[in-house]
Write a protein that binds this ligand. Structure first.
Ligand code: SF4
Length: 466
């Protein structure tokens, strides 16, 4: 099990590289630019990358033109995301041509695929290194080597990832934080590339997670999201096999006014104990995101999701028994290979039955390297788009009706800051992630306040501060 963790010797080795880089660039005003594509896990990784660069002595800049080191944290979930990453990397060529001392590194899911590593090595001669998702802790070493004229670094073995503790993220917010509790995925849903690029499930030790959350709560963080590709299977690989319920029970004992969200949960691993722990934990937000993906058991089977709609609805009932006021959200894929009109209608039926507050709908796009890419009966684009529209129409009506039920209620929200479109309006979120706009002449960003809801629409609530 401890093979999943980076050794103390390795961490100390990287820390020496950090000090050496710091000495080399001291007083030179060197800057680093990090661009992030993709999901929250990448956002969390980028916060660690930025923190490591800062420790090396770089100032973090948002302007790529003034950077001495450029890092692209890539996403591989869709071909489109990879094309976007390649186009950004392509743009950086021009900076290197102007200043050959600039260092360019590529990390994230794209750089955990052999064919992409080879492509970057052979067709992007100005890229200095790639770094797999589980080898981020080696960033200081690779930068030091690049600075000292070492050979370019493209290592396929980094695809076998490990957990490195002790890298304090440079958090972008001082009231919202991601806390990774596990990495990788064992599920191999047939449409998903994640298990191939992020490796098998590895859980962080409970004491490390708890100490990170205690520290955040102590510093006044208000919204903490426990991150993992499937947080419900947390702990299976750890000594003593603690569960997500055990972790939540320990988090419940931490003092502070903060809320906990989970992102994301696989229905097949949603246990009664977890539902009980959510209910008893005063920090857990009254919100649950449970990806359904399809309302047809045949499609779920072809997706290799390993639950039935019947089991899924049992979990939803369990969550509603905890609180009939719970905010429920889900993910749906429309147009999976072989999805018939009947299958799609079953999805609509579940949407109407559960009445989610909102759904995230994805049009199936075949991802090279996954089994679904090869499947017969790919659905024509036109039908996929029609189903997408029909699904949105049904859901929008439900969201609108649910939101109307909030009129007249006073709810606690966490303020996110001024609205982009209106100077006098602030934007905030309920614990169920509903957007709430209100007018105010005082800035409560990062604080909980109470708002009385006066009107609503499909996508937001509007109110006045109490
Ligand atoms: S559970 Fe399925 S969809 Fe989620 S990351 Fe794992 S393989 Fe991908």
């Amino acid at each position: 099990m401890d093979n999943n963790f980076v050794s103390i010797n390795e961490i100390e080795k990287q820390s020496k590289f950090t000090s050496q880089i710091r000495a080399l660039i001291q007083g030179k005003g060197y800057r680093a630019f990090v661009i992030t594509l993709g999901c929250q896990q990448n956002e969390a990784d980028s916060e660690k990358i930025a923190s490591m660069l800062k420790k090396m002595g770089y100032e973090i800049t948002l302007d790529e033109r003034e950077a001495h080191i450029l890092i692209v944290n890539t996403c591989a979930i869709r071909e489109h995301a990879e094309k976007r990453a390649l186009s950004i990397i392509g743009r950086f060529k021009h900076y290197k041509a102007k200043n050959p001392d600039i260092i360019i590194g590529v990390c994230g899911c794209m750089s955990a695929q052999e064919h992409r590593i080879n492509q970057l090595k052979h067709s992007y001669h100005y890229v200095d290194f790639t770094l797999g998702t589980g080898a981020l802790h080696r960033l200081p070493e690779l930068i030091f080597n690049s600075m000292n004229g070492a050979k370019r670094h493209f290592d396929i073995d980094e695809i076998k990832p490990k957990i490195a503790e002790g890298i304090e993220p440079l958090r972008q917010s001082d009231y919202k934080a991601w806390v990774s509790i596990m990495y990788g995925c064992d599920n191999f849903c047939t449409y998903c590339i994640v298990p191939y690029v992020r490796g098998r499930e590895r859980s962080r030790k409970m004491e490390d997670i708890l100490s990170e959350i205690k520290d955040l709560a102590g510093r006044g963080y208000k919204d903490i999201t426990l991150l993992g590709q499937n947080v419900n299977s947390y702990g299976k690989d750890l000594k003593g096999t603690p569960t997500i319920a055990d972790l939540l029970d320990e988090i419940a004992k931490i003092d502070g006014d903060f809320m906990i969200h989970l992102m994301t949960s696989h229905p097949k691993d949603a246990s009664k104990q977890m539902i009980r722990a959510l209910k008893e934990n005063p920090h857990c937000a009254n919100h649950f995101h449970l990806p359904l993906q399809s309302g047809s058991d045949e499609v779920l089977n072809r997706m290799n999701r390993r639950y039935t709609t019947e089991r899924y609805l049992e979990i939803i009932n369990g969550l509603r028994e905890n609180s009939d006021d719970i905010t429920l959200t889900t993910d749906i894929i429309v147009g999976f290979p072989g999805e018939s009109e009947k299958d799609f209608e079953k999805t609509l039926d579940i949407i109407k039955k559960v009445r989610y507050d909102s759904i995230f709908t994805f049009i199936f796009s075949p991802r090279k390297g996954t089994p679904a890419y090869q499947m017969e009966d790919q659905i024509p684009e036109e039908i996929k788009h029609q189903r997408y529209e029909r699904l949105c129409e049904v859901q929008n009506e439900i969201s609108k009706e649910i939101n109307e039920g909030y009129i007249g209620r006073t709810i606690r929200v966490l303020v996110d800051g001024k609205s982009k479109n209106n100077e006098n309006v602030y934007t905030s979120r309920t614990e169920g992630n509903k957007i709430v706009h209100f007018e105010c002449d005082k800035d409560y960003t990062g604080k909980f306040i109470n708002v009385k809801i006066t009107r609503t629409d499909t996508f937001a609530l509007y109110g006045e501060i109490i």
